[in-house]
Write a protein that binds this ligand. Structure first.
Ligand code: NAD
Ligand code: MG
Length: 349
């Protein structure tokens, strides 16, 4: 879609790819700021957690640019919803500025309704890409807002509800994306399941072990296999790993093992697909404030979530997006078989 056309349709600023503000005068003569976005998006834009630091040094200090104290105790049922999080995560709604780096790209992000996936969806859309994403049917509320955020950037959105533990659904997801967008350039295998166990292996059930591997490893295998015939040279696969793949916690035995498997598959797929001109990489996040955490960790861990990192705080989904954009574009044309850590200072080794 031509850039001019995009802007006419969406009211986005040509320079920034951001919602364009207009000024209106109210009855009292005061100037108030409005946007063309509907109420849901306006609400999402308000729900960022940026610290309004006035001192520019503080604003760019990675320790203080986001809240760094304890989180309020909070719990949610699985899979977790954005609206119930205190504070609401920052997905870059107000901060991500596109630079036309992905014009015409056709992309698919699994688990794009919330958390890291939503931040990547916003960034890809503001860079000019069309974005398909999957989510669990019970996450409809989050998915609807992600659709609005993609469309507000002037891109096409395709929301695909279903369970990635089903091979047929994985195949359908690829088929529908390719049909709707007439191709696929970037596959982001981001959906993931975790659940902490309090006793380690003693209370880790076979059902959970199976669920974690099906969601995190089998789905990646099925999606990648189904996508391959459609990926032309220049395409990119980006997997979401975790620091757990390097430093496994005793309470996340199954989850950590899937992330180590994802690292290994990233390396072997990069080796095997390099000759087709397809790059394969992974991003390994540290503790990131997303709806995955409150339903799957004990409350006392949520309160201190991220405080044991060198930067002393949890990361926000928005802080991941630029790395996915880098790995999706030709700016990283010689990067393949890499796992990039976004961990707040903890090393991957
Ligand atoms: P999130 O809950 O916002 O996103 C995970 C998404 O996975 C969910 O929204 C859901 O749509 C999807 N999902 C899970 N099981 C599924 C299934 N069976 N079928 C279809 N979809 C399914 O949380 P997030 O933290 O943004 O998670 C994204 C990725 O980041 C995951 O792979 C997670 O393991 C990884 N990660 C997160 C953290 C963190 O601290 N939040 C740290 C390291 C890695
Ligand atoms: Mg979700």
């Amino acid at each position: 879609m031509a850039q001019d056309e995009r802007n006419e349709e969406t009211g986005l600023s040509e320079e920034s790819g951001q919602p364009e503000e207009s000024e209106q005068t109210d009855d009292s003569g005061q100037v108030e700021s409005t946007t063309d976005l509907d109420e849901d998006i306006a609400m999402a834009l308000e729900n960022h957690v940026l610290n309004p630091a006035e001192d520019p040094e503080e604003a760019s200090d990675p320790r203080t640019m986001y809240p760094s104290g304890e989180f309020e105790p909070q719990a949610q049922d699985y899979p977790g919803w954005t609206e119930a999080m205190i504070p609401r995560p920052d997905h870059g709604e107000q901060s991500y500025v596109g630079h036309h780096r992905m014009m015409g790209f056709r992309t698919l992000i699994t688990g794009g309704d919330s958390g890291i996936g939503r931040a990547v969806a916003i960034a890809f859309a503001r860079e000019g890409a069309d974005v398909a994403f999957t989510y669990l049917p019970e996450e409809e509320q989050d998915a609807e807002l992600t659709v609005q955020l993609i469309e507000a950037a002037g891109s096409r959105a395709l929301a695909l509800p279903g369970d990635l533990r089903d091979e047929e659904f994985c195949q359908e997801v690829i088929a529908q994306t390719v049909e709707e967008f007439d191709g696929l350039n970037v596959l982001v295998n981001n959906a993931g399941f975790q659940m902490t166990t309090s006793q380690g292996i003693e209370d880790l059930s076979s059902e959970q072990f199976d669920r974690t591997f099906k969601s995190n490893v089998y789905a990646l295998f099925w999606l990648t296999k189904a996508a391959l015939p459609h990926l032309q040279p220049g395409s990119s696969i980006i997997n979401t790993s975790s620091i757990q793949g390097y430093h496994p916690s005793p309470s996340l035995i199954d989850y950590a093992a899937t992330k180590a498997a994802i690292n290994s598959m990233t390396f072997s797929l990069a080796e095997s697909l390099g000759s087709k001109g397809i790059r394969v990489n992974a991003v390994a996040p540290g503790p990131i404030w997303t709806p995955l955490q409150p339903p799957t960790q004990p409350e006392e861990k949520i309160v201190k979530f991220g405080q044991d990192t060198p930067l002393g705080r949890a990361g926000q989904p928005a802080e991941l997006a630029a790395t996915y954009v880098l790995l999706a574009t030709e700016e990283s044309s010689y990067i393949s078989g890499s796992v990039i850590g976004v961990t707040g200072g903890k090393h991957l080794a």
